[in-house]
Ligand binder design. Sequence first.
Ligand SMILES: [Zn+2]
Length: 390
Amino acid sequence: MKTELRTDITVGDICKGFHYNTLEGKGVRGWNGKLIIQPEYQRNYIYANGKDDVAVVDSLLKKYPIGLLYFLKVGDEYEVLDGQQRITSFGRFVSGQLDVLDANGMPRKFDPALHGWLLKRPLTIYICEGEGDDPEREIKEWFKTINIAGKQLTEQEFLNATYSGPFVTSAKAVFSNSSNANMQKWKRFVSGDERRQAVLTTALDWVSKGHVEDYLKDHRYDTGITELTAYFDSVIAWIDGTFKDVKDEMCGLEWGRLYELYHAKGYDIDKMWERIEALFADADNGIVKNKRNIFEYVLGGETKHELLKVRLFDPKIAKRVYARQTEEAKAKGVSNCPDCVLAHSTNAKRIYAFNEMEADHVTAWTKGGDTSEANCQMLCRHHNRVKGNS
Ligand SMILES: [Zn+2]
């Protein structure tokens, strides 16, 4: 990789021919047309909030440094790799599209008489150019360095940069686009900020079965994204058709995995929703500890009890039951594990210590038994394990 540190390029140079797209809220070109301010893979301009953007200009006006900018040289053009937010902010100011507050707190536009000196202010720019056998890897490594130095890119922003091309561009237009009419519907089930590529990551994760990077590598130069959108739509449609209603806990579940496991099965959706409501009531009563796993538990036919992290017996209850059971067993001359007695094993008369026993639901929790003292018995560890998770 060739690198060059430039300190001769000024704010005025970069603002020459600055072009800001108000509709999409992004800086497009600068530096007399040769600088691409927002390459397609970059995050959207998120400084346009009258605070962060104003702060950038304010720093410049106070002659504070605004930090290192990184450009990537591609042929005769340059792409901003890091600094897009800052460049767009001062570009908007200099071109009269952003007001800053003056000393009296009054909004003020760029005024050549007052602010002309700003145009002569040099910036600190690091220009890099990929070379060698694997420029892609080089740029990727370099991005990691930038990440350490400055603000964090999300994993997906990083991958978008590494595998930029027609596929990422098209995919972003659908999945990273806040004005997409489907976005609100999707976000009932997909968590994260679409502007930071969270929805795109999920869509890629689902279609690639978790192999996002390989998928991007394979499809980098595809001009269509049909498989990606079709798969994503199938998963969303399956969730919509399988669950009668929507709960907050459904947002961000591993729906891609659940879809693969269960979409071919048929469900009585009324009955299933009834069970979900019942288990949510158990969760409100503190019995089911993992609410979010209720959906997977029900989809799987209520067999994987470990998913719910069902509350165990209070140790005080277990100790009381142990004392009572042991006293009765000693009086009868039998083991204090009722199942050892029934098994007529060599342990039929063994009195176990408290720490050799475990509390068990007499009527299994899965069959409606509650976690109360009346439904608690102590079993030796062996018999509790034999009885299984109940
Ligand atoms: Zn036993």
